[in-house]
Write a protein that binds this ligand. Structure first.
Ligand code: SIN
Length: 290
């Protein structure tokens, strides 16, 4: 490991751990994710506990709440505690406009989210975070996990020279890429937005790498081959460095809340021919801060 890589890791892994009064928070890896217990999401959560959940979210970016039995209203109430609810886009043909059904049919060819991405990054104001509540998992031991990657650390572990190159650049995020091989609904206005490649988290101001393979198409300041090569290297870094990752194995009744501003995720489709079902509620964010 290069000295700048171990320095970046040391800075993350030696951060002070917050004491919690109303929750138990157990890290999944030293750099990303935590299992949170002591919370009942089917009830109104007391303000003091919500504050502690916000602290844990800021520190760990991916929070896992197990053994929950919640309705769609409970799910939306919990999400609304963190910001304005984000309507599903394109809107679902029927049902609740804020609930995205994540459904894998038996022996599906592929599933949505089977690749590294953050939700909604082609929008001018991407999502703050998503809450996925899974109620049906593949047979035990048959996969269906979700991987997450820490984009702060992805940036911080790059060489100083690479960070300086990336700092002033922008990249185009193109919603059309998500429909490769399929056709978007006729009335869907495909979002396309240029964001800074190196963004800052709006709550902590900490820098992070803001490109993802699903949506990021081009670095406009570079030639097409340069842009392809640089984005390819960054996508390979995100996918290929387990030190950036954590992995969540779902059990029925698990809700995971992740920060789309500084985390990417990958829903692994390794459970053919089994089924999987859940519902996702997302929260609106603001413009990406450079
Ligand atoms: C998603 O991409 O939001 C879905 C994640 C999952 O199914 O685990």
């Amino acid at each position: 490991m290069e000295p700048y890589e171990s320095e970046a890791l040391a800075a993350v892994t030696t951060r002070p751990v917050h004491p919690y009064r109303t929750l138990t928070v157990e890290r999944i890896t030293p750099v990303l994710g935590a299992e949170v217990s002591g919370v009942d999401l089917s009830t109104e959560i007391p303000a003091a506990q919500l504050d502690e959940i916000r602290t844990a979210f800021r520190d760990h970016h991916v929070l896992v709440f197990r053994h929950q039995t919640i309705t769609a209203e409970d799910h939306k109430r919990f999400a609304a505690a963190f910001g304005e609810l984000r309507p599903v886009n394109p809107p679902p043909p029927k049902g609740d406009p804020y609930i995205l059904e994540i459904r894998t049919a038996s022996a599906a060819v592929d599933v949505d989210g089977n690749g590294w991405h953050a939700d909604g990054t082609a929008d001018a104001e991407p999502s703050l975070g998503s809450m996925l509540y899974i109620t049906e998992v593949p047979e035990p031991g048959c996969g269906g996990d979700t991987m997450f990657a820490n984009m702060h650390l992805a940036y911080e572990m790059l060489s100083p020279a690479m960070r300086s190159l990336l700092d002033p650049l922008t990249a185009v995020h193109d919603g059309a890429q998500a429909f490769e091989g399929s056709t978007p609904p006729a009335d869907y206005v495909i979002p396309r937005t240029e964001h800074p490649i190196v963004a800052r988290h709006p709550e902590t101001d900490r820098k992070l790498l803001y490109v993802n393979k699903a949506y990021t198409s081009r670095i406009p300041q570079l030639s097409a081959p340069e842009s392809r090569a640089l984005l390819g290297m960054l996508f390979d870094t995100i996918a290929g460095r387990p030190i950036l990752h954590c992995r969540v194995s779902w059990t029925p009744g698990t809700l995971v809340f992740w920060d789309n501003r500084c985390v990417q995720h990958h829903a692994l489709y390794d459970y053919y021919p089994y089924t999987r079902y859940g519902q996702r509620v997302a929260i609106n964010g603001g413009p990406v801060k450079g």
